[in-house]
Design a protein around this ligand. Structure first.
Ligand SMILES: [Zn+2]
Length: 57
């Protein structure tokens, strides 16, 4: 299992991936630490990929 450590942008606290808030200062974490962001990114890449395939074939 891969384990990535993210740092809080405000207090530098070590955060686990996927947490929307820092557990020390309760500030919202950065966008790339959210699972939803990566899901949206993956969907967007897949969508754009399909569009490119549609117009190149
Ligand atoms: Zn923090």
């Amino acid at each position: 299992m891969e384990r990535r450590i993210f740092h809080c942008g405000t207090c530098g606290y070590h955060l686990r991936f996927g947490v929307p808030r820092c557990s020390r200062c309760y500030r919202p974490t950065r966008l790339y630490n959210r699972k939803g962001f990566w899901w949206a990114l993956a969907l967007m890449v897949a969508f754009v990929g399909v569009q490119i395939l549609r117009y190149t074939i």
